[in-house]
Design a protein around this ligand. Structure first.
Ligand SMILES: Cc1cc2nc3c(=O)[nH]c(=O)nc-3n(C[C@H](O)[C@H](O)[C@H](O)COP(=O)(O)OP(=O)(O)OC[C@H]3O[C@@H](n4cnc5c(N)ncnc54)[C@H](O)[C@@H]3O)c2cc1C
Ligand code: FES
Length: 356
């Protein structure tokens, strides 16, 4: 059974299968709808529905308030339809978006590397593609991964550059988390996994020539790593700075790689910072949180830069506040929040951003 979904103001119609979300149907048909977390947590994909019936699915009550449901709004990433229906979406064309259609892939786990005590590098070889030669994505985007027999996929950003033969994911262990626990304790080389992608709108707006500041916390290094590798590989010469935050030295991964890149590329500066390293350790580098280092390093003046932030929600919020106090506008700040099911009961939209 399938239904007709009309997307306004585009006036285009796509088919939605029983149980398929509105977002999934649109992205597979090559129609881009605003979205970020893909799991009913952030509210970015909110659309107005009319002329039909739908189920809201696992929409967080903070991402979609009761009064918004009453007004006919829904989250495209969790809503499924029961009749033909029309949605009205805020579709802002972006000259840097490639609008690559969402597709399913089967992959083989080629390697697993312990990057830190809490982060595994999982390297996937795409084996079987449905209609395309490889997983195409824009650096910064993420995939949905099905694992551990879970019905719902989990989101993981791609840490490798598009030029890499393997798709690399950096997966942090979430205490009590089903999929990340399986990745850390059960996943084996050679295992087959299902994924779909690409997803998300976190990618470098390359058409804007301004210098780029990347701020990454924990496994939030994945997207910025893919973006920085891609920019440097493609010979981009604008100033690029990466601030990487970790709690302790053993959690600071890919440091040697970034130091080598900084030595080879005069336009790239790498700034690692540790927030919980014991005072008596051998670490002679920067200490504190990423936003504190950013303020120190830039003298609280970020004018003229564009910032890309990726990691846990509290890190993103603190960094947005620091950047805005340092005179960077909302339109110059892009974020990818690593939300999980634990965020379902909390307000996850930034109070500092009007559009997010
Ligand atoms: C766009 C995006 C990109 C991401 N990229 C990355 C990445 O590159 N690397 C990375 O490490 N992480 C990334 N994440 C985060 C990652 O998706 C989560 O850590 C992951 O989904 C956790 O899966 P899990 O099965 O281990 O945990 P789950 O089993 O889903 O549980 C997560 C946590 O929530 C708790 N919990 C479960 N259900 C509920 C509930 N109903 N209410 C309250 N608490 C609950 C659990 O106890 C646990 O602490 C990304 C997230 C997003 C949205
Ligand atoms: S993308 Fe739908 S709620 Fe985040």
């Amino acid at each position: 059974m399938s239904y007709q979904l009309t997307i306004e103001p585009l006036g285009q119609t796509v088919e939605v299968a029983e149980g398929q979300t509105i977002l999934d149907a649109c992205l597979r048909a090559g129609i881009w709808l605003p979205h970020a977390c893909g799991h009913g947590l952030c509210g970015t994909c909110k659309v107005q529905a009319s002329g039909g019936e739908l189920e809201h699915g696992e929409a967080s009550p903070f991402a979609l308030m009761d009064f918004e449901r009453d007004e006919g709004k829904c989250l495209a990433c969790t809503a499924t339809v029961q009749t033909d229906i029309t949605i009205e979406a805020d579709i802002d064309p972006d000259p840097d978006a490639q609008c690559l259609p969402l597709m399913d892939y089967q992959a083989r786990v080629a390697r697993i590397e312990t990057l830190t005590p809490t982060i595994k590098g999982v390297f996937l070889e795409i084996e079987h593609e449905h209609g395309d030669a490889a997983l195409r994505f824009q650096p910064g985007q993420y995939v949905n991964l099905w694992l551990a027999g879970e019905a719902a996929p989990r989101a993981f950003s791609i840490a490798s550059a598009p030029s890499s033969r393997e798709v690399e994911l950096n997966i942090r262990l979430v205490p009590g988390g089903k999929v990340t626990s399986y990745v850390h304790d059960g996943l084996k080389v050679g295992e087959q996994v299902m994924l779909s992608g690409p997803l998300g709108r976190f990618f470098v707006r390359k058409s804007d020539p301004r210098p780029l500041l990347f701020i990454a916390g924990g496994s939030g290094l994945s997207s910025p790593r893919s973006m920085v590798l891609d920019l440097l590989e493609s010979g981009d010469t604008r100033p690029i700075r990466l601030i990487q935050g970790a709690r302790t030295l053993d959690e600071l991964y890919y440091r040697a790689e970034f130091e080598q890149l900084a030595a080879r590329h005069p336009n790239f500066e790498y700034l690692p910072v540790l927030s919980g390293e014991p005072q008596d350790s051998a670490w002679a580098g920067e200490r504190g949180y990423v936003h504190e280092l950013a303020v120190r390093h830039f003298g609280q003046d970020f004018r003229g830069w564009r910032a890309y932030l990726c990691g846990p929600p509290p890190m993103i919020e603190a960094s947005i506040a620091a950047l805005m106090q340092g005179r960077l506008f909302e339109k110059d700040i892009f974020t990818e929040k690593f939300l999980s099911a634990a965020d379902a009961g909390q307000a996850v939209r930034s109070p500092l951003f009007r559009s997010l």
